[in-house]
Unconditional design. Structure first.
Length: 155
């Protein structure tokens, strides 16, 4: 789904004079165990890699200048083995309450995300509740998805 131009205009207007904000969600159990990141749009230069090169899901934010391009390319059929699932929620419309749980299922906290904001999860648990009507997210995660019975546990 393409965000309508009106939505993009609102985003530009909302974040025009703000710097990008990236907030780490850290475990309180394991040392240096990063559970996720919250990204609130804003100004920045060039590229910010949100994940390390060995992470399950590669996530970056890139600032383009006019006529800058990503050259035509395709990806080679490399065999990759991964364990676990990373997940991204990008808010297209509306607002959501996100709850984050540590690796032992204890509740770490809650926060609100709105249009243009993103949260990426690497570990731990999470939940999402729409706080407005017709709220929409774009959900991205590594696959293949094996179905709820094999792929997740409810906490």
């Amino acid at each position: 789904m393409i965000i309508p131009n009106l939505g993009l205009f609102k985003l530009k207007k909302l974040f025009r004079n703000q710097e990008i904000e990236i907030i780490d969600i850290s475990s309180q159990i394991g040392e240096s165990n990063l559970l996720g990141k919250i990204v609130k749009p804003g100004n920045f230069k060039s590229r910010i890699d949100l994940t390390k090169s060995d992470a399950l899901l590669q996530v970056s934010t890139v600032n383009f200048i006019r006529f800058q391009e990503v050259k035509k390319h395709k990806h080679l059929p490399l065999h990759r083995e991964t364990v676990g699932t990373s997940e991204i929620w990008l808010v297209i419309k509306g607002t959501f309450l996100v709850t984050v749980f540590d690796t032992d299922d204890s509740k770490l906290g809650e926060f609100i995300i709105g249009m243009g904001e993103l949260v990426v999860f690497f570990d731990g648990g999470h939940s999402l509740i729409a706080k407005s009507n017709n709220a929409q997210i774009l959900e991205i995660k590594n696959g293949p998805y094996k179905g709820a019975d094999l792929d997740k546990v409810y906490i």
